[in-house]
Design a protein. Structure first.
Length: 112
């Protein structure tokens, strides 16, 4: 699965105007940075927080073509709704790693 779906980014660019894409991507990247910061510094309530950000990321990641992040968010959100706990280190590390990878790919996109 792609971390960054360039075709979706191009479609978004056509829909909103190429000049607006960097502005929206900066907002998206700011959200990712906040999620990473919280997941790496706060130890309490991580399961509930992962559920919250998974729910939020389902639509924002899809809108920006962050397919791998969207898929993980959908999986984690569904697991939480089914009663599974997301409050374990493996889940937290998986989310952090994909957030960082997505962030890096989109920073690279902006720098081109």
């Amino acid at each position: 699965m792609q971390v960054l779906n360039q075709a979706k980014v191009d479609r978004l660019s056509n829909e909103i105007g190429r000049e607006n894409v960097p502005i929206l991507l900066d907002i998206f990247l700011g959200e990712l940075a906040q999620y990473i910061e919280r997941l790496t510094t706060v130890s309490e309530g991580q399961g509930a927080y992962i559920q919250d950000i998974s729910h939020a990321l389902k639509s924002s990641a899809a809108s920006f073509g962050a397919e791998a992040l969207c898929a993980l968010a959908i999986d984690f959100d569904a697991a939480a709704k089914a009663g599974a706990s997301l409050n374990d280190e493996e889940t937290r590390q998986k989310m952090i790693a994909l957030l960082k990878e997505t962030q890096q790919r989109y920073h690279h996109l902006l720098s081109q």
